[in-house]
Design a binder for this molecule. Structure first.
Ligand code: PLP
Ligand code: SF4
Length: 325
């Protein structure tokens, strides 16, 4: 008799992520000359689900997905104005895993783990610190009746087990003033299998409103299975939004942004923010100009309905909200 494995299928998939460069570069069929551009000792480790790797065009360095996930030597460039901690999260950190920058909403750094590593991630040097559980953080939420929304971020909250998420939501449900819980996640873009029956069950029949904010930068990241998984969230009455980052040579042109925003609204995912890049060290080659960003927004406005237009913002520490550009 064999024992049934207790490991979820999505975890098995995650374990097969590319975390070593050689097998990935072979898979992508990069030539020796192309490999000279690759950084083989990146400070932020390679981590890429197979599903996303399969969407990268073979033998192509300037693929919009390759650029987002594969470390290039360009990351080693030192550029003034770029720093390890560009958004100064630590100044707003009231507990190890608790940030409050804005009125009425607090952010929980539920985990440091992600389904993939994005080269431009502004939190790549963040010291998450060890916590046994989030009890200190939850105590802060409980004792602050002016909070009406809790944002589950990280890392990626969907890296947590269903058991942990379920117990977290149960606790938040007991805090009367909390009317909204928001997930900030990119997990389903790499591993849509994460949105399985067991997870959906956890979200069902909650007292609070649930929002999902995805992070999708390019239409090429999407496929039928991802769209279907998101549809199932919507069927539970969950509002689905998207934030994208404006990235040079990845999505900083009219056609790419038009296609992305078109496909998002075609599937009921409302564009929320388009972020100006946070200036984290090693990401200077991703920076696009605010001037181009504004032109892109105007272009979108001239082609799409009003609800398809994200707010173009920049994170400026010590402002009362993200700053519209
Ligand atoms: C971006 C951010 C939020 C969310 O801001 P919204 O404008 O509500 O999306 C909350 N807390 C922190 C620390 C943030 O950086
Ligand atoms: S998924 Fe989000 S938190 Fe994780 S590496 Fe990418 S940008 Fe950073």
């Amino acid at each position: 008799m064999t024992l049934t494995s207790s490991v979820s299928p999505w975890r098995e998939i995650q374990r097969k992520n590319f975390v070593h460069l050689k097998p990935l570069l072979d898979f992508l069929e990069l030539s020796p000359i192309q490999r000279k551009e690759i950084d083989f000792s990146p400070s932020f480790q390679l981590n890429l689900p197979i599903r996303l790797a399969e969407k990268i065009k073979k033998q192509t360095l300037n693929d919009p997905l390759l650029l987002q996930f594969v470390p290039l030597k360009l990351e080693k460039q030192v550029t003034s104005g770029f720093s390890l901690h560009p958004v100064e999260d630590n100044a707003f950190r009231q507990e190890t895993r608790y940030l409050q920058k804005y009125k009425g909403r607090a952010l929980l750094l539920t985990t440091s783990a992600c389904a993939m590593h994005c080269r431009y991630c502004f939190r790549q040097n963040f010291e998450y610190g060890y916590v046994n559980d989030l009890s200190q953080e939850l105590r802060l939420i409980e004792s602050n009746p002016s909070l009406h929304e809790v944002i589950l971020s990280g890392g990626d909250p969907l890296s947590l087990s269903d058991e942990k998420l379920s117990s977290l939501l149960d606790t938040l449900e007991r805090f009367e003033p909390i009317t909204k819980v928001r997930f900030h996640t990119r997990f389903p873009i790499g591993i849509p299998e994460r949105l399985d029956e067991s997870f959906l069950k956890i979200l069902k029949n909650r007292r609070f409103e649930i929002y999902f904010v995805f992070h999708i930068n390019h239409a090429q990241e999407l496929d039928e299975e991802i769209i279907y998984a998101i549809k199932r969230l919507k069927q539970l009455g969950i509002t689905t939004l998207n934030q994208a980052v404006l990235l040079k040579n990845v999505n900083d042109n009219f056609e790419t942004q038009l296609e992305l925003h078109q496909v998002l609204i075609d599937h009921g995912i409302l564009p929320y923010y388009l972020h100006q890049l946070d200036r984290v060290e090693g990401s200077a080659h991703f920076e696009s100009s605010p001037d181009l960003g504004r032109k892109i927004i105007t272009y979108l406005r001239n082609h799409l309905p009003g609800y398809a237009i994200p707010t173009y913002v920049q994170e400026i520490p010590n402002e009362p909200s993200k700053t519209p550009l």
